[in-house]
Design a protein around this ligand. Structure first.
Ligand code: HPA
Length: 234
């Protein structure tokens, strides 16, 4: 499988730290109205980029996932690559490492199908994920490993007891990716996710966890994210 797979329109979605990136420096944020609400996005010749927290910097549980994913569909995007900040559920997955999602657990999934009965079978795109892994290998950005993502609701972090439970079933924890993956599949879009491990989840180590620690590590990822995006689009 080669990167030619990505010759069609690509959608990129990530956190607000992307706004400080060189890639977006000369681009103006645009707004589009969808039936689900407004979406802020950036556009170039070959990709659309959405910062999922919008210009208002919404908390994770207030993100309008349906509007974001629907906008990609309207733009004619077929493949979505997402960038995510996560906490590690395993000692051996260390902050600073990168993980490509192979599957996910979401006990409260969203849906576009409120009026008709339609059961999709959720799936992270294996083909798109393999392309992402080969890109990470080529760029020598960490040693990419695959793993399972567990979605919690937020905005609060998890209790130690919650982490103790979920660490048996997943590798990383975050508040957004699984919603996007489900909605993308409902609209027949291929979705793959790159996770930046920004902290150990609460209680995995003795060190107390704080929002500041997570944000400090997120800032360090910008440069890697830019290199990955440029390589995807090359
Ligand atoms: N928990 C939930 N979401 C997160 C975390 C975490 O520890 N780190 C980054 N996003």
């Amino acid at each position: 499988m080669s990167k030619d797979y990505l010759k069609s329109r690509i959608g990129i979605i990530g956190g607000n730290y992307l706004r400080n990136s060189e890639i977006l420096k000369n681009l103006k944020p645009r707004i589009v109205s969808t039936g689900y609400g407004r979406v802020f996005y950036y556009k170039t010749k070959n990709y659309f980029l959405i910062t999922r927290y919008t210009l208002e910097n919404l908390p994770p549980h207030k993100i309008n996932h349906k509007a974001n994913i629907f906008a990609f569909k309207n733009f004619g995007v077929k493949y979505i690559v997402s960038f995510n900040s996560v906490g590690s559920l395993k000692k051996e997955i260390k902050p600073g490492q990168i993980l490509v999602v192979s599957d996910y657990i979401d006990l409260n999934p969203p849906t576009f199908y409120d009026k008709i009965v339609k059961h999709i079978t959720p799936e992270i795109s294996p083909k798109l994920s393999e392309i992402i892994i080969s890109i990470l290998r080529k760029l020598k950005i960490g040693f990419p490993r695959k793993g399972i993502y567990f979605q919690t609701k937020g905005p609060r972090l998890e209790t130690k007891a919650e982490i103790n439970l979920i660490k048996n079933f997943a590798d990383v924890v975050g508040m957004t990716m699984a919603s996007e993956a489900t909605l993308a599949k409902e609209l027949d879009l291929e979705y793959a996710a790159i996770c930046f491990v920004d902290n150990y989840a609460n209680g995995i180590t003795k060190k107390p966890l704080s929002q500041r620690e997570i944000e400090k590590n997120q800032e360090k990822n910008i440069d890697k994210i830019e290199r990955i995006i440029l390589e995807i689009l090359r």
